[in-house]
Write a protein that binds this ligand. Sequence first.
Ligand SMILES: NC(=O)C1=CN([C@@H]2O[C@H](COP(=O)(O)OP(=O)(O)OC[C@H]3O[C@@H](n4cnc5c(N)ncnc54)[C@H](OP(=O)(O)O)[C@@H]3O)[C@@H](O)[C@H]2O)C=CC1
Ligand SMILES: CC(=O)[C@@H](O)[C@H](O)COP(=O)(O)O
Ligand SMILES: [Mn+2]
Length: 399
Amino acid sequence: MTNDMKRVVVLGSTGSIGKNTLDVIERNPDLFSVFALAASTSVDVLLAQCVKFRPTFAVMVSGIHASQLADECRRLGLPTRVLVGAEALELVASHEQADYVMAAIVGAAGLASCMAAARAGKRILLANKEALVVGGQLFLDAVREGGAQLLPIDSEHSAIFQSLPDDPNVWLAQVDKIVLTASGGPFRSRTPASLASVTPEEACAHPNWQMGRKISVDSATMMNKALEVIEAKYLFGIRPGQIEVVIHPQSVIHSMVQYVDNSVVAQLGTPDMRGPIALGLSWPKRIVSGASALDFSKMASLTFESMDSNQHDLRFPGLKLAWQTLDGPSGTTAVLNASNEIAVAAFLAARIRFDQIHHVNLASLEHVVIASPLDLGDLLEIDACARRYAEQAVLALAQ
Ligand SMILES: NC(=O)C1=CN([C@@H]2O[C@H](COP(=O)(O)OP(=O)(O)OC[C@H]3O[C@@H](n4cnc5c(N)ncnc54)[C@H](OP(=O)(O)O)[C@@H]3O)[C@@H](O)[C@H]2O)C=CC1
Ligand SMILES: CC(=O)[C@@H](O)[C@H](O)COP(=O)(O)O
Ligand SMILES: [Mn+2]
């Protein structure tokens, strides 16, 4: 191993972002090695990854699955030590021998390990947007105090990061607004009334991106974009009123920055997460990613739709909750996130209808009382409280 080779922890390695991260690492064997892998229950996928990358640690959150993995690793004579439980995620994320942490767990379950990586001063490659939506300023404080580096992996935020000047001190004076592009998901052209009967399979059939099921449903409701508005506010320190969402069905322009002189700088690419992942791993340099190049000769057109047009406000009522929750006491975005996680899981389990996801979120925001969070414990308390309320709201709808 060379001195400047970086040792990478991949949290959520068995998911869509996790697999894409390992693909980029495999293409750049002189630059990166895998220090630890982590997942929840997917034993077979994690075992295959351990065979290929021979990490020092493999974490499995579920105890029964961890012992299956440990048995298999022993049987195959692998050097990997299997750790068990959610605390082990924090252990590997903050380990002194780790350099970079890919945060690719889905949901608020990834927050504690992100905080651990932040306090330990790691380079955090943030795909897990829910961690920032829940952690908010407390997460940013931990990054600053720990001397960590927080790099966006979400395609829109990677695009904004690439479209901003290198020096963050000039952003405030020079930036007029950030324009987040949204594909509109699989239901962009459906009538609002027809959304009551869509199935989980239809909701997960994203037109441009291959992603996990939770984020796919979020794209279909555009709650993904709401979470991304909140994520952008924290990542770039911009006022919520300076963030605009525009529908761009082709997902070629990944987002844009408009400056005070009305010049717009955008980042373009094929819809392949290996691009943003490679940039996070190599920044400020660039490395091969495996993403294919855009072919402008075959690109018929790039189109845009305002959120105020085509009944989009009726089709995607959850989007405006981003600005509403950012306007509320700190912790309100954590309520929205927790409720949405419960509602999406209920929809995927066929317990509620697609359009009822929004009803659950509205009810949670109306009823869950929050005290301003002072630390991670307070945030987790708000998260738990909102989950309990949202679960009751789901039960009431499911009856
Ligand atoms: N997919 C994409 O293209 C993009 C994803 N993102 C964000 O990245 C994150 C990951 O998304 P994606 O890869 O699609 O999701 P997936 O559902 O494909 O993968 C989720 C990963 O998290 C693991 N996991 C789930 N629950 C837990 C838990 N409680 N503790 C530890 N690990 C857990 C899963 O393990 P197991 O397999 O064992 O269940 C799996 O490895 C999300 O926050 C998403 O919003 C952002 C932009 C694009
Ligand atoms: C790849 C990625 O970053 C996703 O968050 C993607 O943006 C989803 O697309 P839409 O939410 O715009 O449909
Ligand atoms: Mn995105």
